[in-house]
Design a protein around this ligand. Structure first.
Ligand SMILES: [Zn+2]
Length: 125
């Protein structure tokens, strides 16, 4: 790929977005480390269309801020469902990591999510 003129070819606003996201991630990474939490980035594709309960992925599962799985009927706020999918994607990636995938859970607003995709409510944690 020839990147010679990439700076001229990409609009200024796009570079500002790239810069802003990089800055945001650095800030989150820094604040998370203060609390002993690791920050990581995962590909976000389809995380808002995937059911965090059964894994069924379809664009009609999501209607604006409302998520309702057309297969299993699971309902929640679309952002919360997507956040669970992002957390699950991180756990799956860690499972295959070079260190053998030390067991970790992802903490949610309410409860935790483990690598099997199982959600544990806060009263059982
Ligand atoms: Zn489902």
């Amino acid at each position: 790929m020839d990147l010679t003129h990439i700076r001229e070819n990409i609009p200024q606003a796009t570079w500002q977005h790239v810069w802003a996201f990089r800055r945001l991630f650095q800030y989150v990474e820094y604040k998370a480390a203060e609390h002993g939490v690791e920050a990581a980035q995962v590909p976000p594709n389809h995380t808002s269309q995937r059911c965090s309960t059964c894994g069924w992925t379809h664009e009609d599962n999501r209607d604006s801020e409302h998520f309702e799985c057309l297969k299993c009927g699971y309902q929640n706020h679309a952002d919360y469902n997507a956040a669970k999918n992002i957390g699950f994607r991180y756990l799956r990636r860690r499972q295959n990591a070079a260190d053998g995938g030390a067991p970790v859970d992802v903490r949610l607003n309410r409860g935790t999510l483990n690598v099997s995709g199982e959600y544990v409510p806060p009263y059982l944690c």
